[in-house]
Design a protein around this ligand. Structure first.
Ligand code: AMP
Length: 414
């Protein structure tokens, strides 16, 4: 199905062609017509599915049908959990709206930076506001933002917003909106809290599901390298140099861990920077921009900082440590293999993380192949999955010998 059959205007189709997209992703094929018709939408979609264009394009279409020359009121409000995600949505709005005449105005506001420049940018009026909930409430309380003309509310990554404790802020913000409006809610998972939120919010929503809940991206090749904890950074340097990787996203569980690893990489001339909650917004933006522009070889990130990072065609994601929460593994590996591209997710797993590895496997419903890298073998245990055996002829299937082979160490409790 071509984009032209979805009902979008020519200037938007031109912007889609500029972006190099040839066919709509499944979520776009379903969400765009639904939003254009003015429906409420409830979409189960993770990052990497093309969901941003799925709501941005039809919103731009609808708003551009009627423009205000002066005193532009906010007509579309996009709430999103993190600064990075807000900035990226803002970029998408600009990119897809580039050929519209007259142009729609949009602004992005988030916390952690000075509020005054944001206040002055909002003074001229904007059609579309992308915001994180806390900063938006500050702006409402300072009477800088009024929401009484909002026609469409978009909650992006709603599950993340709830995880980050934004539920009360969101409810307060909803209280400032006109009763009659269109609501779109995007969430990767559907917890009881999300369901509670959607019940009062959405009216006869069109339900869209493009990926099963908590399913790891199928295109991502996943492997666990078993290694001693003390050898992890040496192994990482070895892998980067050996394969000549030029753009690697590495996850650590702690901010200190991210800093320490970044120092070690830089010491061996692997250009790396860390992004985490203790870094200033400008340092984070600089690191992300450098990484996107291929000037920075390794970006070391904690889970919260990495949430929503959108980098095209990211080939390698490394879990330097497995996340504490298995669901974060799915979010991490979602950074690679995006929009149909193949990717590779490598986890460096030490003995103390085997239990977590099992939990991750339980969540994604499949085994992650274990390997050891020569020179970095762990002495702690034998590998839980033995090297592949040649296939036994079928008739041997139930012999004792085969039964023995099947009771491989992978069944061992660890
Ligand atoms: P998102 O899920 O919105 O974060 O988008 C994931 C990535 O897919 C972004 O880098 C988009 O630029 C890209 N993308 C979105 N729609 C398409 C499409 N129809 N064809 C190819 N790439 C796309």
């Amino acid at each position: 199905m071509p984009f032209s059959s979805l009902g979008l205007s020519d200037p938007l189709l031109r912007a889609i062609a500029d972006a190099g997209y040839s066919i709509p992703s499944p979520i776009q094929a379903q969400a765009i017509p639904a939003v254009l018709e003015g429906n409420d939408v409830l979409a189960a979609a993770q990052t990497g599915t093309g969901k941003t264009a799925g709501f941005t394009l039809p919103i731009l279409h609808r708003l551009s049908q009627k423009t205000y020359s002066k005193n532009r009121p906010i007509r579309a409000l996009i709430l999103t959990p993190t600064r990075e995600l807000a900035a990226q949505i803002g970029e998408s709005v600009n990119k897809y709206g580039t050929h519209l005449h007259p142009r729609l105005r949009s602004e992005v506001v988030f916390g952690g930076v000075k509020i005054n420049p944001q206040i002055s940018r909002l003074k001229g009026g904007v059609d579309i506001l992308v915001a994180t909930p806390g900063r938006l409430l500050d702006l409402i309380n300072q009477h800088v933002v009024k929401l009484n003309y909002v026609e469409t509310l978009i909650l992006d990554e709603a599950d993340r917003m709830l995880d980050m404790g934004f539920i009360r802020d969101i409810r307060k913000i909803i209280g400032f909106l006109p009763k009659k409006r269109q609501n779109l809610l995007f969430s990767a998972t559907f917890s009881a809290d999300i369901r509670k939120l959607t019940t009062g919010l959405l009216v006869n929503p069109i339900k869209i599901e493009v990926a099963a809940r908590n399913t790891a991206a199928e295109l991502v090749d996943q492997v666990a390298y078993l290694v001693d904890k003390t050898d992890k950074s040496k192994l990482l340097c070895h892998l980067i140099k050996e394969h000549n990787w030029q753009q690697v996203l590495v996850f650590t569980t702690t901010k200190h861990g991210a800093n320490r690893l970044t120092e070690k990489l830089n010491k061996v001339n692997i250009n790396a920077a860390a992004i985490h909650g203790n870094k200033s917004q400008s340092a984070r933006t600089k690191a992300l921009a450098g990484f996107k522009a291929n000037n920075l070889r390794v970006l070391v990130a904690t889970d919260v900082a990495a949430r929503g990072i959108d980098i095209n065609l990211l080939p390698h994601v490394i879990n330097f440590e497995l996340p504490r929460v298995p669901e974060d593994y799915v979010h991490r590996i979602g950074r690679t293999g995006r929009a149909g591209e193949e990717g590779e997710a490598i986890s460096l797993v030490s003995h103390d993380e085997y239990k977590t590895l099992r939990l991750v496997e339980k969540l994604i419903g499949k085994e992650i192949k274990r390997e050891q890298i020569p020179g970095f073998e762990t002495s702690k245990i034998a590998p839980p999955i033995p090297p592949k055996q040649p296939r036994q002829p079928r008739r041997n299937k139930n012999t004792n010998q085969q039964k023995k082979a099947n009771s491989s160490p992978r069944r061992k409790k660890y």
